[in-house]
Ligand binder design. Structure first.
Ligand code: SF4
Length: 398
């Protein structure tokens, strides 16, 4: 893979969802401009900043025949994520994208914006398309107002029906809808309703996430110490969540979505090119507070605190919080963990050859337990075990 993915983190939200403990903040709009300045500076000056932060710049991305430094590759995907990047003014997003094109080439195939339904307006959507955004990842989460309200989301079902046609009319031909299985108050009936409403709106791509409640979130604390404010008592059980996931598998398959990654389904040709880079261990650069990067040899991350990030950038310094070289053992674990997230599976022969290891000792017991399936050189997670994939990964990494 010769092309970089570029990720830009926009760590601002309108409210804090009850289950979320991401490093995102609800801030006044006047914090946006200095943040965008800092991100553009980081993009423009990334070589100098990375070098000063001791990131190795002159390594290839793993294709050893090719002697080009990995940073010389142009970018072919951009992902504007968060937080809620659709909160930024369109001209701010446009400026970020122009800066990326100046540094990484104009031939960017896929430009994704994460957008929450309540932030979508006609003028904004037209400006997003004019800025080159051609894919929107739409944070629907549920079609039940009771579930949305309990989770602390700003939008309601009606906002999804208002916003989706606006995106279509503006010319977005690639929309991904996110749903969360396991929200408080969710039942099999309401989940089925959400799936059916989502399918009727015909997004090209669907992500289904099982609710993961961080202990530090408000819902997480309530789950631990009790209380009723965030409806912790109404969070579905793990078995119910697994059942919801399996219902999504079944319904999405019937309507022509290909299940290509544990949490992702797409109509043919609409798989997320950017996210595939993460699962295939392709190189990517992240810009902004808390953004992660991977060169093939090293992984690093910027400071999470957006104020600290802006202030470090204003003093001409990249605020790295982590920088680590990936050992051969870590790389192998990533190959297995990330590779098996993809439903096509992993090529055992390629990995054994590349890493000089034998995988049969690790894989055989899992295959014998029915957790993995083998077809020639390919090994993949058993389809009926996808809802408990975390347990399989724990076994695999032992
Ligand atoms: S919109 Fe996303 S990032 Fe923001 S609080 Fe909600 S879950 Fe967290």
């Amino acid at each position: 893979m010769k092309n970089l993915g570029i990720y830009v983190q926009v760590p601002f939200c309108q409210t804090k969802c009850t289950y979320c403990n991401f490093h995102t903040g609800v801030v006044a709009k006047d914090r946006f401009a200095p943040y965008v300045d800092a991100v553009c500076e980081e993009i423009s000056e990334h070589r100098r900043l990375l070098k000063a932060a001791r990131v190795e710049l002159d390594e290839t991305d793993g294709e050893k025949k090719d002697s080009q430094p990995w940073l010389c590759y142009g970018a072919d995907t951009v992902y504007l994520g968060g937080g809620t990047p659709s909160l930024l003014e369109p001209r701010q997003l446009q400026r970020i994208l122009e800066t990326i094109r100046e540094r990484f080439g104009a031939e960017i195939e896929e430009v994704t914006l994460e957008a929450d339904p309540e932030t979508v307006e006609q003028g904004k959507a037209a400006a997003w398309v004019a800025a080159g955004i051609n894919r929107v990842s739409f944070g629907v989460q549920s079609f039940s107002d009771q579930e949305l309200a309990a989770a602390g989301r700003m939008h309601r079902r009606v906002d999804v029906y208002r916003a989706a046609p606006i995106l279509r009319r503006a010319g977005i031909r690639n929309i991904s809808f996110d749903l969360i299985a396991g929200l408080p108050h969710q039942t099999k009936k309401s989940w089925k309703q959400s799936l059916e409403e989502l399918i009727a709106l015909q997004p090209e791509h669907v992500s289904v996430y099982l609710l993961e409640v961080d202990e530090g979130s408000r819902l997480g604390k309530e789950l631990l110490i009790g209380g009723t404010r965030y409806s912790a008592g109404r969070v579905p059980s793990d078995d119910e969540m697994a059942e919801f996931y399996e219902l999504a598998q079944e319904k999405l398959r019937v309507f022509g979505y290909r299940h290509y990654e544990i949490s992702n389904w797409a109509k043919p040709g609409f798989e997320s090119k950017h996210n595939l880079k993460y699962w295939k261990r392709g190189p990517y650069l992240g810009f902004g507070a808390g953004a992660h990067s991977f060169s093939g040899r090293q992984r690093w991350a910027n400071a999470h605190d957006s104020a600290a990030y802006v202030s470090a950038m204003e003093s001409g310094r990249l605020p790295l919080e982590q920088l680590e070289s990936v050992t051969a053992e870590q790389a192998l674990e990533e190959e297995l963990f990330l590779g098996l997230r993809q439903l096509q599976g992993i090529s055992v022969g390629r990995i054994e050859k590349e890493y000089g290891v034998s995988l049969s000792g690790r894989l055989r017991p899992l295959a014998a337990a029915g957790l993995l399936e083998r077809e020639g050189d390919l090994v993949r997670l058993a389809e009926r075990k996808l809802s408990v994939s975390n347990e399989v990964f724990v076994e695999l990494m032992k």
